[in-house]
Design a protein around this ligand. Structure first.
Ligand SMILES: Cc1cc2nc3c(=O)[nH]c(=O)nc-3n(C[C@H](O)[C@H](O)[C@H](O)COP(=O)(O)OP(=O)(O)OC[C@H]3O[C@@H](n4cnc5c(N)ncnc54)[C@H](O)[C@@H]3O)c2cc1C
Length: 822
C-alpha cells in the first residue's frame, strides 16, 4: 500500500513539474526532497542528480543528448525538397500555431478585432453588389445563355468588380479581404457563375501577383487596366499531366535571344533576350475570354544567358492575348456551370524576359509566389462560396420546412427533418465563423497557409453536406431542374469547389497536418534547419525547448483528460461558453501530444501515412473551427437566440476533434505507442458528445422561427423582394409564404377539426372554405387570408414542367384551379 502511495505521489510530482514547465533546477530540488523523504538509496539520488545535470547544463546537454539526437534525427527525417521548402516558407502562422502549441493563449485570441466593413465597402455591398445580383438570373445563366449576360459583364467591368483588391493608387477599390469575401459570397447566393467570374481576377488572377512582385512598369501598365476591366486575366498552372502535383508541370521555357511582336502595340522587336515557351494547360478559369494570361512554366537557361543556373525553376510570366503562338478561346463545361473555363496552349511561343512577373529577378521564384498568393486566395474564394451555399441552404430549407406539409404537419416538425436542418444551420455557422476569423488574420497582413488549407477543405466539405441535406429536405422539389429550382446549381458546382485550389483529399491527407507539423510547431522547423546546417547550438536550443513542450503537453493532456479542462484559462466574460474554451484547452494539449507521438513512432514515414495525418489534421482543424465559433458568438454580443446554434456548432467541432484522435490511436501501427497515448490523453475515456437531439431540435426551431438568428445567418445573402409570383424568382416567395402559413396555422387547424367532426362536408377545398364561412367557422376575411396563404404555398411547392423538347417551361405561377388543395 505504502509503495502504491509513493508511486502515485512520484507520478503526481513529475506531472506537476512537467505541467508547469518547471526549470531543471526545480526538478533537481523536488526530486532530491522526494527521494530523501522516502529514504531512497543514495545511488538513486546520484542518478537523478546526474540526469538533471545533463539536462540543465547546456554544455553537457549538447555533448550527451543533443548531439546524439541530431544524428538520430538526420537518419529519420528526410531533408526538405525545394518545393516543400518553398511551400513552408511561403505562409505565416497565426492562431493555428497557438492551437498547435497545446496551450492556446486566450489573451491573444481576445485581442483579435471583430471583422468590420468600412462605410465605403458597405455602400458597395448594398449598392453595386445588389444591382449585379438583380442583373443575373442563375437559371438563365446556366440553362439558357450559358454565360452571364452581356449587361452583367459590362456592369462588372464598369463598377470595378475585378479591382476589389487592386490598390487605389492604381484605380482599384483597395478593399479589405473581408469585403472581398462578403462581395463574392453575396453574389454566390444569387448566381455562382457570376461570383466565380468576379472572384478569379481578384484571387488567383495576376493582379495579386503583380501587386506583390510586379515591376513598376508591369504594375503601371496592367493594374489600372485590370482595375477598369480593360484586361480580363486568368492564371494557368494546371497541365493535363500535373494537377495536384503542380510542381511537376512539364511546361517549359528556354532562355534565348529572339524576335517578337508585341500584340498590345504591334511593335516588332528583334534580337531580344527572351524565353521560348511550350505549354499545354487545361481547366483555366476565364481563359477563353482572357486578354492577359498568367502562365507558370519551368525555366531553363542552358546557355547561361541569365546567370550560372541551368535549371532556374518555376517561373510566372504574363502573356497578352494575341501573342504569336498562344492558343486560347475553346471552352470546357464544368458540370453544367457555364462560367468561362478552358484550355490554353502554345508551342515555341517567344516572349521577352520583361514579361516575367517581377522581371528577371523573379525568374525561378514562381512556386513561392504562387504559394504565397494561394494562401490568401484560399482563405477567401472557396470559403466564401461555401458559406454562401450554407446561407442559401439555411434560408431556403428552414422556410421550406415550415411551408411544406406532409402527414398534416410542417416537414420541420418531424425529427428526421429537424436533424438534417440543424446540421445545415450548425455547419453554416461554423463556415461563416471560421472564415471571419481567417479574414481577420488576412486583414492583419498574415498569409496563413495552414489556416487556408483548413478553410478550403472544411468549408467545402461542410457546404457539400449542407447542400445534400437541403436537397433531401426539399425532396423532388429540388430534384426537378428549372427556374424554380434554387438548389440545383449549388449542388452541381460542389465538385468544382471540392477539386480546385488543392483537391480535398490531398488537402486533408497531406497538407493540413503535414504543413502544420512544420509551420505551426514551435520547434520542428528550427530543428530541421539546424540539422541541414549541422549546427549543434541551434539544434540544442530547439531540441531542449521541444522536449519541454512535449513534457508539458503530456502532463496537460493527462490532467485535463481527467478534469475535462476545468480550471484552465479562458478569455474574460465568456459566460456559459467557458466550458467549451476549457475543452479546447484539453483537446489542444491532447492533439499536440498525439502529433509528437506520431512523429516519434513513425518518423519520416508519417508523410506517407496519409490516413493518420488526415485524422490529426481533422483534430487540429476542428479545434480551429470550435474557437472560431466561440469568437463569433462573443463578437455577435452572445445573443441568447444564437445560443443553441453556437452550442451545436462548437459541440460538433469538439466531438469531431476528439473522435479524430480516437481513430488516430486506433490506427497507430505501433500498439505500445497507441496504448500509452490512450492512457495519457483519455485517462477516463472520451469526454465529448455529439450535439444532443434536443439541442438539434432547438436549432431547427430557431431557424424556422426566422428571427434574428436567421437574419445573422443570411446577413450576406441576396434575397429578392419582388412579387412572389415571378417564376424566375423562387426565393422571393419563401418568406411571404412562411409568414402567411404561420399566420393561418390556427385557422387551418380549426378547419381540419371541423372536417374530422363531419361539420364540413364539401368535396373540394374551395367548397369547404365557402361552407366554413356559411357555417361561421371562419369569417369571410379569414377565408381570403387562407386562400392567399394556400396560394403562396402552392407557388413554393410548384416545380417546373416543360414542353416535350424541354425548350420552354411553364410560366404560370400555379394552376389556379388546383392551388386550394392542401
Ligand atoms: C472548374 C475548374 C477550374 C479550374 N481553374 C483553374 C485555374 O484557373 N487555373 C489553374 O491553374 N488550374 C485550375 N484548375 C485546376 C485545379 O486546380 C486542379 O483540378 C486541381 O489542382 C486538381 O488536379 P486534378 O483535377 O488533375 O486532380 P489529380 O491531381 O489527378 O487528383 C485526383 C485525386 O487524387 C487526389 N490526390 C492527388 N494526389 C494526392 C496525394 N498525394 N494524396 C492524397 N490524394 C491525392 C486528389 O485530392 C484528387 O482527389 C481548375 C479545375 C477545375 C475543374
Amino acid at each position: 500500500m505504502t509503495w502504491i502511495v509513493v508511486i502515485v505521489a512520484f507520478f503526481a510530482l513529475l506531472t506537476a513539474l512537467s505541467y508547469f514547465s518547471a526549470p531543471v533546477w526545480l526538478w533537481a530540488v523536488a526530486s532530491v526532497i522526494a527521494l530523501v523523504v522516502i529514504n531512497a538509496h543514495w545511488i538513486l539520488l546520484l542518478i537523478v542528480l546526474a540526469i538533471c545535470a545533463v539536462g540543465g547544463i547546456p554544455a553537457l546537454r549538447k555533448k550527451i543528448i543533443s548531439s546524439f539526437a541530431l544524428e538520430k534525427v538526420k537518419k529519420v527525417i528526410p531533408p526538405l525538397s525545394s518545393t516543400e521548402q518553398a511551400a513552408i516558407d511561403a505562409g505565416t502562422v497565426w492562431w493555428d500555431a497557438e492551437i498547435y502549441s497545446g496551450q492556446p493563449d486566450w489573451h491573444k485570441f481576445s485581442s483579435f478585432p471583430a471583422p468590420k466593413l468600412t462605410e465605403e465597402e458597405q455602400v458597395f455591398l448594398d449598392g453595386p453588389v445588389e444591382e449585379l445580383c438583380a442583373l443575373v438570373n442563375d437559371w438563365r445563366v446556366v440553362h439558357k445563355d450559358r454565360d452571364i449576360p452581356q449587361k452583367a459583364w459590362e456592369f462588372i467591368k464598369e463598377k470595378g468588380f475585378h479591382s476589389l483588391i487592386i490598390k487605389k493608387e492604381y484605380g482599384g477599390k483597395g478593399f479589405s479581404n473581408l469585403a472581398h469575401a462578403k462581395i463574392v459570397g453575396k453574389l454566390a447566393t444569387r448566381c455562382g457563375n457570376t461570383a466565380i467570374t468576379v472572384m478569379i481576377p481578384n484571387s488567383v488572377g495576376p493582379g495579386e501577383l503583380l501587386q506583390h512582385y510586379g515591376t513598376q512598369e508591369q504594375c503601371d501598365y496592367y493594374l489600372p487596366r485590370l482595375a477598369k476591366g480593360i484586361e480580363i486575366p486568368c492564371f494557368a498552372l494546371t497541365s493535363p499531366y500535373a494537377g495536384s502535383d503542380a510542381g511537376a508541370i512539364p511546361d517549359f521555357g528556354v532562355v534565348e535571344r529572339g524576335n517578337y511582336t508585341d500584340p498590345r502595340t504591334g511593335e516588332k522587336h528583334t534580337d531580344v533576350l527572351g524565353i521560348r515557351i511550350t505549354f499545354e494547360k487545361r481547366w483555366i478559369t476565364l481563359a477563353p475570354v482572357a486578354t492577359v494570361v498568367g502562365l507558370a512554366f519551368k525555366l531553363k537557361d542552358p546557355d547561361g544567358l541569365l546567370g550560372d543556373k541551368a535549371d532556374i525553376g518555376i517561373t510566372c510570366a504574363l502573356l497578352p492575348k494575341g501573342t504569336k503562338g498562344l492558343v486560347q478561346g475553346r471552352r470546357h463545361y464544368p458540370n453544367n456551370s457555364p462560367f468561362m473555363n478552358g484550355p490554353i496552349s502554345g508551342k515555341d511561343v517567344f516572349i521577352p524576359v520583361d514579361w516575367i512577373i517581377g522581371g528577371v529577378e523573379y525568374a525561378g521564384q514562381g512556386w513561392r509566389m504562387l504559394m504565397e498568393c494561394l494562401s490568401i486566395g484560399r482563405c477567401i474564394s472557396l470559403p466564401a462560396l461555401s458559406a454562401a451555399k450554407g446561407a442559401l441552404c439555411s434560408y431556403t430549407t428552414a422556410a421550406y420546412s415550415g411551408i411544406r406539409h406532409q402527414f398534416g404537419l410542417p416537414l420541420g416538425k418531424f425529427e428526421g427533418v429537424d436533424e438534417a436542418l440543424s446540421r445545415i444551420g450548425g455547419y453554416t455557422y461554423q463556415m461563416q465563423a471560421s472564415q471571419d476569423l481567417a479574414l481577420v488574420a488576412l486583414d492583419n497582413g498574415e498569409k496563413p497557409s495552414v489556416i487556408s488549407a483548413i478553410l478550403k477543405y472544411h468549408s467545402t466539405e461542410r457546404s457539400r453536406k449542407c447542400v445534400n441535406d437541403a436537397m433531401d429536405i426539399h425532396g423532388g422539389r429540388a430534384v426537378v431542374t428549372g427556374p424554380r429550382n434554387y438548389l440545383a446549381s449549388a449542388y452541381n458546382s460542389i465538385p468544382i469547389s471540392i477539386t480546385v485550389e488543392g483537391a480535398n483529399i490531398l488537402t486533408r491527407s497531406m497538407m493540413i497536418f503535414g504543413q502544420g507539423a512544420f509551420r505551426c510547431h514551435r520547434y520542428t522547423l528550427e530543428e530541421i534547419y539546424a540539422m541541414g546546417e549541422n549546427d549543434l547550438d541551434r539544434f540544442d536550443a530547439a531540441f531542449s525547448g521541444h522536449i519541454k513542450q512535449i513534457l508539458r503537453n503530456k502532463a496537460r493532456s493527462f490532467v485535463l483528460g481527467i478534469t475535462n479542462g476545468a480550471f484552465t484559462n479562458v478569455p474574460a466574460d465568456v459566460g456559459k461558453m467557458a466550458k467549451y474554451y476549457q475543452r479546447i484547452n484539453r483537446l489542444s494539449a491532447a492533439f499536440a501530444f498525439s502529433g509528437e507521438t506520431a512523429m516519434a513512432s513513425l518518423g519520416g514515414s508519417l508523410k506517407f501515412r496519409e490516413k493518420l495525418s488526415a485524422r490529426l489534421g481533422d483534430a487540429f482543424s476542428n479545434l480551429f473551427i470550435a474557437s472560431a465559433v466561440l469568437k463569433r458568438f462573443t463578437q455577435d454580443g452572445s445573443p441568447d437566440s444564437d445560443f443553441p446554434l453556437a452550442t451545436w456548432a462548437v459541440e460538433d467541432s469538439l466531438f469531431n476533434a476528439e473522435n479524430a484522435l480516437v481513430e488516430f490511436i486506433d490506427n497507430l501501427p505501433s500498439r505500445p505507442f497507441a496504448w500509452s497515448l490512450k492512457a495519457i490523453i483519455f485517462p477516463i475515456g472520451r469526454r465529448c458528445k455529439k450535439p444532443s437531439d434536443s439541442l438539434g431540435t432547438e436549432v431547427s426551431r430557431t431557424m424556422m422561427a426566422f428571427g434574428d438568428t436567421m437574419d445573422r445567418l443570411s446577413q450576406y445573402m441576396y434575397i429578392p423582394t419582388c412579387d412572389p409570383k415571378i417564376v424566375e424568382e423562387p426565393i422571393a416567395a419563401l418568406k411571404p409564404a412562411l409568414d402567411a402559413i404561420n399566420a393561418t396555422r390556427e385557422l387551418e387547424k380549426m378547419l381540419r377539426k371541423a372536417e374530422r367532426s363531419g361539420e364540413l362536408t364539401g368535396f373540394g377545398p374551395s367548397e369547404r372554405l365557402d361552407e366554413a364561412v356559411e357555417k361561421k367557422i371562419i369569417t369571410a376575411e379569414e377565408r381570403e387570408q387562407l386562400i392567399a396563404a394556400r396560394e403562396l404555398m402552392r407557388i413554393v411547392i410548384t416545380v417546373d414542367d416543360f414542353d416535350i423538347n424541354l425548350s420552354d417551361y411553364n410560366t404560370d405561377p400555379f394552376d389556379s384551379k388546383l392551388f386550394l388543395a392542401r
